[in-house]
Design a protein around this ligand. Structure first.
Ligand code: 5GP
Length: 362
């Protein structure tokens, strides 16, 4: 497994060996990992070495590689997205996509390549945004119970592109390929989510799971969140800045604050039983500075309210983390971790397994 650093590494190194063995032995589901954000550093360096210097992007690639090698420092979440063009430049051929897909699957499911180290997780839903130059690998090494694909829709996509990607996902699913869901991701400042909803609902109707990045930054408006919530996604990514009003409106038994919101409630005909699983990415939120400390993290709110969550890595390449690292942050004592009990951590791991799209849809 590649080296981890930052808050996850600090939490992991504070644990006693017995705790590490406990975390390693827990069956975990990794449900929020972006393919191009999860490439092992070794693989991206190899691709960079083979990269043709004729491209106009050469300097950008070199700069990004330097940042990845020395440790990415972000001032705000939007800086994260400026890393992607260089990574995309290195993964723009079918051959490179096959290479990185194999490497990412291996890093999660067979870290040493020879089965001698236990997998990071028992089940992996890897997500990626289809690009015009790429196709997914036909890799069959990992059984359907262990790995599946989520097709990501980028908020910057045109209506036509969204339509095409959703149709592709539905068609692949119908052909028996391992596509289990749709995600909405990309720069939180872009796109009008109201125009996405009819496409997302079509995907749901076709039996695909739905997860959306939501309220990830202070720039995401209530209208933006409402448009996405109106599709009743099965899971929500980050949801860092979801307002108390929306939480009260959408999530059944979370106590309602004093705000008047019955008209919205009627408008969206929200069932009291709607409890989407929250995809929690602790290192990502800390390093993107959308959350100031673990103590202030919204995971506490969801734990307190017994709301389903799943612990995920998001983008292991820039955030230099792993499944074990993220789970260490649950078990480690404050301020490095949340100081949860083993029983609680085991319960959270089970919640993650239960939230996989692999299950027959309710
Ligand atoms: P890909 O889909 O190309 O395999 O993975 C990289 C892409 O995922 C990025 O270009 C970005 O659109 C999306 N992504 C990765 N991490 C995040 C995140 O934390 N938030 C959002 N909104 N999008 C992300």
């Amino acid at each position: 497994m590649s080296e981890i650093a930052g808050p996850a590494a600090a939490a992991l190194s504070s644990l006693c060996p017995d705790d590490v063995i406990f975390l390693q032995s827990l069956p975990k589901a990794e449900l929020h990992a972006h393919l191009n954000g999860s490439i092992p550093i070794k693989t991206i360096l190899e691709l960079a070495q083979q990269y043709s210097p004729s491209s106009a992007q050469t300097t950008e690639v070199a700069d990004t590689i330097e940042k990845l090698k020395s440790g990415v420092i972000l001032t705000e979440i939007f800086d994260f997205f400026s890393l992607m063009p260089a990574i995309y430049a290195l993964t723009s051929t079918l051959e490179a996509v096959v290479t990185v897909t194999r490497a990412v699957l291996q890093s999660f499911l067979n870290p040493t390549g020879d089965g001698t180290e236990s997998p990071q997780c028992a089940y992996l839903e890897l997500r990626t945004t289809p690009r015009t130059t790429t196709h997914m690998t036909r890799e069959r090494t990992y059984p359907a119970t262990q790995a599946a694909l989520i097709v990501s829709i980028d908020r910057r996509m045109s209506d036509l592109d969204v339509e095409e990607c959703i149709s592709l996902a539905i068609e692949m699913k119908n052909r028996g390929r391992r596509v289990v869901g749709i995600d909405v991701c990309g720069d939180p400042r872009s796109g009008d989510m109201r125009s996405f909803t009819r496409h997302l609902l079509r995907a749901k109707d076709a039996g695909l799971g739905l997860t959306v990045h939501i309220a990830e930054s202070t720039r995401n408006t209530t209208e933006d969140s409402l448009a996405l919530l109106s599709c009743r996604p099965d899971r929500l990514g980050h949801a860092t800045f979801l307002s108390d009003e929306l939480k009260a409106l959408f999530f059944a038994d979370i106590p309602q604050p004093g705000t008047e919101c019955s008209s919205l409630s009627e408008c969206f005909k929200i069932s009291k039983r709607y409890k989407p699983c929250m995809e929690i990415c602790l290192s990502s939120n800390l390093l993107c500075k959308t959350v100031v400390s673990l103590d202030a993290h919204h995971i506490r709110y969801y734990l307190k309210n017994d709301h389903p969550i799943v612990i995920c890595t998001d983008d292991a390449l820039p955030f230099r983390t792993s499944c074990l690292g993220e789970y260490s942050m649950l078990l480690a004592q404050p301020p490095l971790g949340l100081g949860l009990s083993r029983d609680d951590v085991a319960r959270i791991a089970q919640m993650g397994m239960d939230a996989a799209f692999l299950r027959p849809r309710d």
